[in-house]
Design a protein around this ligand. Structure first.
Ligand SMILES: [Zn+2]
Length: 75
């Protein structure tokens, strides 16, 4: 299952969400707003911009966001 990164337009919190199907409404876990926007990149692009906790796998064929190399960003 893909994990996508979203940002909340209401409180500007970034979070990740498992997405089971297209068109799902994603709620912000912080404020409950549904005004969320999917970010184009997955967390394998995330560096040291304040989120932390993510490390780029050397050559395991996946990233911490999609766990298996099945997102368009980590091929
Ligand atoms: Zn929010």
């Amino acid at each position: 299952m893909p994990i996508y990164e979203y940002t909340c337009k209401a409180c500007h919190k970034d979070f990740e969400e498992l997405v089971f199907g297209a068109g799902d409404t994603v709620k912000c876990p912080a404020c409950g707003s549904t005004k969320t926007e999917k970010l184009m990149s997955c967390s394998c692009f995330k560096t040291s911009d304040g989120q932390g906790g993510y490390s780029l796998p050397a050559s395991s064929g996946g990233c911490s966001g999609c766990s298996g190399g099945n997102c368009s960003s980590c091929k």
